[in-house]
Design a protein around this ligand. Structure first.
Ligand SMILES: Nc1ncnc2c1ncn2[C@@H]1O[C@H](COP(=O)(O)OP(=O)(O)OP(=O)(O)O)[C@@H](O)[C@H]1O
Ligand SMILES: [Mg+2]
Length: 253
């Protein structure tokens, strides 16, 4: 039987503008992502991580049909949500307004939208700030609004590009916990880019190392730790460090 993946990328190649074929940003990249799977994307700066997410989101178009989400090309797919490195909130809308904006174009009853937003305001611990404006919130709170705005569409696939890199250590680990909690609730597949390998091992089912140079092939590492994971506990396991070393070596190749 043909098993279909949520996301199928087959031999994707992509270059900006007039890049010649041997200096393409993405060369012959393949990846399958299952429903509800969390995939970490790591790699040196400039290796094409953001480009890859933008191609999947349909923000940039590749000429070939090498990306399929639920069997359809990115631009025909509305079940994708994107959380950027900076929260990119609308400063003229309240927290609630920003969250509800995610589903504004769907033909949903206002009472349903309100109910869903209420649920996310509670889940992200923003209930008390529903009527506040983004400029009155801390960076971590703004990123929680961005996460709620993404999840209100109940996406099949959530793309996150270094979503916590601007946050301090404490806020960052709170965000990791929040993402895992919401993931349990909403069950999206997640593709998350990060430079923090510890974070990736903690969150991901598998980690893909993108290579900058064409003659090295991209590598995929399965993360075997059972969920729910206890970060402090798995960090002490020899296997954790083995995986971390393998990934680090692969990045530096
Ligand atoms: N709009 C663009 N036009 C031309 N080249 C671009 C454009 N955006 C990115 N590039 C180039 O494509 C390559 C990959 O960029 P990309 O932003 O995808 O890397 P990245 O892996 O996300 O890096 P970082 O870790 O620094 O965020 C880089 O060499 C970059 O200079
Ligand atoms: Mg990037």
């Amino acid at each position: 039987m043909h098993t279909s993946h949520l996301l199928e990328i087959k031999q994707l190649s992509f270059g900006y503008g007039c890049q010649s074929t041997d200096t393409l940003t993405i060369q012959n990249f393949s990846l399958n992502v299952n429903k509800g799977e969390i995939v970490g994307i790591v790699g040196q700066s400039g290796c094409g991580k953001t480009t890859l997410l933008n191609l999947i989101a349909g923000l940039i178009l590749s000429s070939e049909q090498s990306i399929l989400i639920n069997g359809r090309p990115p631009k025909e797919n509305h079940q994708i949500a994107y959380v950027f490195q900076s929260p990119a909130l609308f400063d003229w809308l309240t927290v609630r307004g920003n969250i509800e904006y995610g589903v504004r174009r769907r033909k949903l009853a206002p009472s349903i939208i309100r109910q869903e937003a209420d649920r996310l305001l509670h889940a992200t611990n923003l209930w008390a700030y529903a009527d506040a404006y983004p400029q009155d919130l801390s960076g971590g709170m703004q990123q929680r609004v961005a996460l709620a705005r993404a999840l209100i569409v109940k996406p099949d696939l959530l793309l996150m590009d270094e979503p916590f890199s601007a946050l301090d250590y404490q806020t960052r680990s709170e965000m990791q916990e929040l993402v895992l909690e919401l993931w349990k609730d909403y069950q999206p597949a997640i593709m998350i880019v990060s430079h923090d390998i510890d974070e990736m091992i903690y969150l991901a089912d598998k980690i893909v190392v993108l290579q900058k140079t064409a003659d090295l092939s991209d590598k995929c590492f399965e993360i075997p730790f059972q969920r729910p994971r206890d970060f402090e506990a798995i960090m002490k396991l020899p296997l954790f460090n083995q995986i971390k070393q393998r990934i680090r070596r692969s990045i530096l190749q």
